[in-house]
Design a protein around this ligand. Structure first.
Ligand code: C2E
Ligand code: MG
Ligand code: MG
Length: 661
């Protein structure tokens, strides 16, 4: 409520009839009226009693001042008249009256209502009757009338219509006083209620907002540390837990265990029942496993079909894994069938040397899981002392690779791919080498396996792509336009930024047409969900690049890869080519692969053509493009031009015939 409201609520509105014609007096009357209105407003709005008392004091003090001024004026104009004395007595009576109100023992409400009634009536009467009469008399005297003449004159002026008007006004003001006070009180009560409501609403709103903020934060926490499919912790959540454990002081060696779990053949569940159903299965499995946790065990799902268990008591690993196995084997009923699950696991006990952070421990568990899968699916394997030592060696190697990348210690060799019959060079394959400061030139087998599943593989891959494109543009400028194949690890292809980064690399070498870059996908078995992989391949193909499946025939399910992955070329693994000269089975496989390539309309390149005989055999079977030592070994880029100049295919190849199958 602001003081402006006082203006709206006037218990005593000023009226022209209140003007006496004497400015000084009118001025003072206005002040009195203003104080009275203010008093009424404060009373109605129930501000403190003390405040009302102060205003009443102010009114009395001003009245005293006003009365004195008036009396002096009257006396100066009219002398010591009875009329002036009566006026003075009237003033004194006013103070007595007010004093009576103030000392009244009646309830405050009642006293105040009467006080206001009195004050309005008194003020109206005082101004309209007494003061106006006095002022008119003075005016008449000033006009030259004697005082008795003047009184008579004024008496007649204030009788009749005017006196009716005065009594009507008095009546009105008296009613107005009571009515307005009531109205004011109601309005004030309403305003107070509104204020209170607003305050309550504000409080409520603040509380609601606070709750919402808390909910939001909880939600964010949930998103950051939980897996939406199963409601378990996610990788971050698990890392946080491991960190908490590691931070404990005097944690006995190998007292805690981390188990990395991978469901066997989960992609088959996906393929057979669809993703939605597969997610539901994960949810049910998560619930079962949560119930099967031994004391101090925590469960997380860290990616598609990978789970992790943290056990505060590493002695319970076996019983925990057995419990998980039993619950997973219980059939899950899904749309259109029932299925039971199996898993493979890798276990790391810590703390131990060479693992002082969650990431490393998780990676070690993962790596152990990987080895377990290689040894036997459905088993579990512990990271043993030997493996631990290896892990330490691996950590060192990773650090060295990282440094090697910075120090530019890597290089690419290029091995030609040719058409065996015509001798035409169809391109070259880029093959990485590490010019190690202590160990000399290292082959990929010496360092790439250690990078398996490691982000550094992505860094290496980026470097390879960039380096190959750069080499192409150098060759272009020398008039040696060669198509280049680069090897791409599965983790690299699946990196969320793979397509964008490839696009950026291609943009950086605009003179190199993208179709001249072929991406050879390695370890197709590690590609995981084929739908996703084929989406990535399609996205890359829309940039113009082509794809080959490397080492074709070695993966355990090559046919389904071939069916689902939109690649242009199959590279026959060198093992089959090598064995084919002495092994009938390998010949059969070669025939099979060549038949598949024809049926699916894919190009073929055979690897490992070490001798003239290998080439002859391939031609006979209907595979014409190849690479191998019999054609050229991998070489430095600056040697390619000279090699190309002298390169001739064996005459036996040019003359070779294909046997119709
Ligand atoms: P790959 O992609 O199948 O490459 C062919 C490998 O066979 C190369 O070995 C090559 O030198 C070798 N080779 C070629 N002709 C013959 C032959 O007639 N007989 C025999 N026995 N071997 C032959 P390299 O260079 O040691 O590479 C081995 C593997 O390392 C590659 O197999 C590929 O899987 C991987 N690799 C090579 N470079 C890279 C790379 O830049 N990035 C990634 N991620 N992997 C790479
Ligand atoms: Mg390759
Ligand atoms: Mg290969």
């Amino acid at each position: 409520m602001s003081d402006n409201d006082t203006a709206v609520f006037e218990i005593f509105p000023w009226n022209r009839n209140f003007e006496t014609g004497i400015d000084e007096i009118d001025q003072q009357h206005r002040v009195l009226v203003e104080i009275l209105n203010r008093l009424a407003w404060h009373f109605a709005s129930s501000t403190s009693e003390l405040q009302c008392d102060h205003i009443l004091d102010e009114l009395l003090a001003y009245a005293a001042y006003h009365f004195k001024a008036e009396e002096e004026l009257w006396e100066a104009a009219l002398g010591d008249q009875e009329m002036v004395r009566n006026h003075h007595d009237g003033h004194q009576l006013f103070f007595v009256q007010i004093q009576m109100f103030r000392s009244s023992k009646e309830p405050e409400e009642k006293v105040m209502a009467e006080l206001f009634n009195y004050l309005t009536r008194w003020l109206a009467f005082h101004i309209l009757e007494s003061d106006r009469r006095m002022a008119l008399t003075i005016k008449a005297v000033e006009r030259g009338l004697s005082i008795p003449e003047a009184r008579k004159d004024v008496d007649s002026e204030l009788s009749g219509v005017v006196s009716v008007m005065v009594s009507a006004l008095l009546e009105i003001y008296s009613k107005l006083s009571a009515g307005t006070i009531q109205l004011m009180r109601e309005k004030m009560a309403r305003l107070r209620a509104e204020d209170e409501l607003a305050r309550l609403q504000h409080d409520k709103l603040s509380a609601a907002l606070e709750q919402q903020a808390t909910d939001h934060e909880e939600q964010l926490q949930f998103l950051a540390y939980s897996d939406p499919v199963t409601g378990l912790m996610n990788r971050n959540g698990m890392l946080r837990e491991i960190r908490h454990v590691i931070q404990q002081e005097q944690l006995p060696r190998e007292s805690v265990a981390l188990i990395s779990i991978d469901l066997d053949n989960f992609h088959k569940v996906n393929a057979r029942f669809g993703e939605e159903c597969a997610d539901r299965l994960l949810g049910v499995l998560a619930r079962r496993w949560k119930d099967a946790m031994v004391q101090g065990g925590q469960l997380a799902r860290i990616s598609g079909d990978e789970f992790v268990v943290l056990l505060l008591d590493s002695g319970k690993v076996e019983s925990q894994l057995t419990a998980l196995r039993l619950t997973a084997e219980q059939p899950f009923v899904l749309n259109g069938g029932s299925i039971s699950m199996a898993f493979t696991a890798g276990v790391v006990r810590f703390p131990h040397d060479g693992a002082d952070d969650g990431d490393t421990i998780l990676r070690q568990a993962d790596h152990t899981l990987f080895r377990a899968k290689q040894e036997q699916k459905g088993s579990w394997l512990f990271l043993d002392a030997d493996a631990q030592r290896q892990s330490v060696v691996r950590q060192q190697l990773l650090a060295d690779v990282r440094e090697g990348l910075i120090e530019n210690q890597f290089l690419l060799l290029y091995q030609p791919k040719v058409c065996l019959r015509s001798g035409r060079v169809i391109g070259v394959e880029a093959l990485i080498r590490w010019d190690h400061p202590d160990k000399g030139i290292l082959s990929p087998i010496d360092f790439l396996p250690a990078l398996e599943h490691h982000p550094l593989m992505v860094d290496i891959g980026e470097w390879v792509i960039d380096q190959a494109l750069r080499q192409m543009s150098v060759w272009d400028s020398e008039g040696l336009a060669l198509d280049v194949g680069v090897n791409i690890a599965a983790v690299h292809l699946q990196h969320p930024n793979f397509v964008a980064r490839l696009a950026r690399a291609l943009d950086y070498y605009p003179q190199v047409a993208p179709h001249r870059l072929d991406l050879e996908i390695l370890e197709t078995a590690a590609l995981g969900e084929l739908d996703k992989a084929s989406d990535i391949i399609r996205d890359c193909e829309s940039l113009g690049v082509t794809f080959s499946l490397d080492d074709f025939g070695t993966g355990y399910s090559s046919l389904s890869y071939l069916k689902q992955l939109p690649v242009n070329t199959l590279k026959i693994d060198q093992g089959f080519v090598n064995g084919a000269l002495s092994n009938a089975d390998d010949i059969a496989i070669l025939k099979g692969i060549i038949g598949l390539a024809n049926a699916f309309d894919r190009n073929l390149v055979a690897e490992g053509v070490e001798t003239m005989e290998h080439g002859k055999l391939l031609i006979r079977l209907g595979c014409y493009d190849a690479q191998g030592y019999a054609i050229a070994r991998p070489m430095k880029p600056e040697k390619i031009a000279a090699w190309k100049k002298q390169w001739r295919p064996y005459p036996e190849w040019s003359a070779g015939e294909t046997i119709k199958q």
